[in-house]
Design a protein. Structure first.
Length: 100
């Protein structure tokens, strides 16, 4: 791939210099393309599972959304309980409902 617009047209004021530079870049791109090798296609087995790090409100919502889509979810929390900061509150705005 040769980016003539970014490397020639926009950064060179003289049109003749820009044309010569573009010719050199295109020639270099063609020379590089001749040496490229095909990348072999490799298949690997994939398990449809996800790791969610953090058992706060966002982590639990993400885990539930993924589980509802049929994806196996591993939820990891560093503390002994989940809920994050929300579990520390006794009520929440705007309804003053219990946070737990």
């Amino acid at each position: 791939m040769v980016n003539v617009r970014e490397h020639c047209s926009w950064c060179t004021e003289n049109n003749e210099e820009a044309l010569e530079k573009a010719k050199v870049l295109v020639k270099a791109g063609l020379d590089r393309a001749r040496t490229l090798e095909t990348v072999p296609i490799k298949t690997v087995p994939v398990e449809k599972a996800c790791l969610v790090v953090g058992g706060g409100i966002a982590g639990m919502n993400a885990a539930l959304d993924l589980a509802n889509q049929g994806i196996k979810v591993y939820l990891v929390e560093r503390k002994s309980t989940i809920g994050g900061r929300m579990a520390q509150l006794d009520r929440t705005f705007p309804t003053d409902d219990c946070a737990i």
